[in-house]
Design a protein around this ligand. Structure first.
Ligand SMILES: *Cc1c(COP(=O)(O)O)cnc(C)c1O
Length: 391
């Protein structure tokens, strides 16, 4: 029986969700991902994808993908530890180790799984994981899965992190975990301070740089490079391919012993099929473009600056972000939903982010910029926002 015995209470909960403006819906896209998308049958200008560098439909990635499919077929057929780890995966791991300056890299099918791995694979009952309150859901889930004691600190609050570390002084294994660039706010973790506190308290550090890799830092090496001259040590790094890289999947880059340990212990690595080799081949190409075409980052930075300047002139409530994520704070859930719908009527697609993804009363438009947006498109979005009377 696929209908559940508590069918009625599910129906009630969904109705409540609708009434509260919290209902979520899958949209249907036809054609390629990009700045111009066709969603639910309408042509729209998208300001909600994470394809920050415009690589998701880049001809060179498509070509690399096709070539790999011709060589190796589609499926990897097995987990990495069996026969799933292909030459293309190996090539990507080595290229990423070089790019990040870390000893070793291991691949995952998704960032979600990498984050489960990096916490669950390193900690056990009795250990402590200390997380920023605004960390991505997958990091929080990694903490829950691990049986380690989960402690949180207010967003980017280093005095409170210090206090938490003091509180856990008697625990031998402590792991501080933070987003590099926060996914719903666009701001950056104070990494030099986190690293200094970690050193002082003998804690490990994991940085999930899903939104920093490819985007910030002079060569697109993310949050670690952004703070390069203030760091003596490198944290364990998680990066994802579904955003600026334009493909799918994720990696962990770290000291060889950490990667070796995760290879033995991380269940979301061991008990799952390796991603298709063609994804790895396309990602190698994406990395090459990130390394050789800095103009994409400059173009993106120009659009970010243009948007911020224009939004400030309109009196919109922006957040403390210089990254591709430029949220506009609305507050009320239903109001945010209405503004999102009004923008869509004018031809613009933005993310409408509501609780529980963000704290209560902080519903927002999550506007993301891409190197492929034109100056004119950003100008058009700004005038559409003006017509919504958001401020
Ligand atoms: C998107 C995201 C993830 C998850 O990555 P997927 O590859 O999409 O599963 C993890 N962490 C952060 C901060 C993200 O934004």
């Amino acid at each position: 029986m696929s209908q559940l015995p508590w069918h009625d209470s599910l129906q009630q909960a969904l109705a409540q969700r609708r009434a509260d403006g919290l209902y979520r819906q899958t949209r249907l896209r036809d054609g390629a991902q990009g700045v111009n998308v066709n969603v639910d049958g309408r042509d729209l200008i998208s300001f909600c994808s994470n394809d920050y560098l415009g690589l998701a439909n880049h001809p060179a990635l498509v070509e690399a993908f096709k070539h790999a499919v011709n060589v190796e077929g589609v499926g990897s057929g097995a987990a990495h530890l069996l026969t799933g780890h292909s030459r293309f995966h190996q090539q990507l791991e080595e290229a990423l180790a070089e790019f990040t300056g870390q000893q070793k890299v291991m691949l995952f099918a998704t960032g979600y799984m990498a984050n489960l791995a990096v916490i669950d694979g390193l900690l056990d009952r009795g250990d402590v994981v200390i997380q920023d309150k605004l960390n991505h859901a997958s990091l929080l889930d990694g903490g829950r899965l691990s049986n380690a004691t989960l402690i949180r600190y207010p967003h980017n609050d280093m005095a409170m992190l210090h206090k938490r570390l003091h509180g856990a002084a008697n625990t031998q294994r402590k792991l501080i975990v933070s987003d590099g660039v926060f996914s719903m706010d666009g701001d950056v973790a104070p990494l030099p301070e986190i690293m200094a506190l970690a050193k002082q308290h003998r804690a490990g550090v994991v940085i999930d740089d899903a939104h920093g890799m490819g985007v910030i830092g002079e060569q697109g090496k993310g949050t670690l490079q952004y703070f390069d001259d203030k760091l003596n040590d490198k944290p364990i790094l998680v990066g994802t391919f579904g955003k600026a890289f334009g493909t799918a999947g994720a990696f962990i880059a770290a000291d060889a012993l950490v990667i070796e340990t995760l290879t033995q212990q991380a269940r979301s690595f061991i008990y799952t099929t390796a991603p298709p080799p063609a994804i790895a081949a396309a990602t190698v190409k994406a990395l090459e473009i990130i390394e050789t075409e800095p103009e994409r980052r400059l173009q993106l930075q120009a659009r970010i600056q243009q948007f911020r300047d224009g939004a400030n002139q309109l009196g919109l409530q922006l957040m403390d972000s210089f990254t591709a994520i430029q949220p506009v704070l609305i507050g009320d859930d239903k109001r945010a939903l209405t503004v999102g719908q009004q923008l869509e009527q004018q031809g613009f697609l933005v993310g409408v982010i509501r609780p529980p993804t963000v704290p209560k009363n902080t519903a927002r438009l999550r506007i993301t910029l891409s190197a492929n947006h034109s100056e004119a498109q950003v100008t058009q979005l700004l005038s559409a926002l003006e017509q919504c009377h958001v401020h």
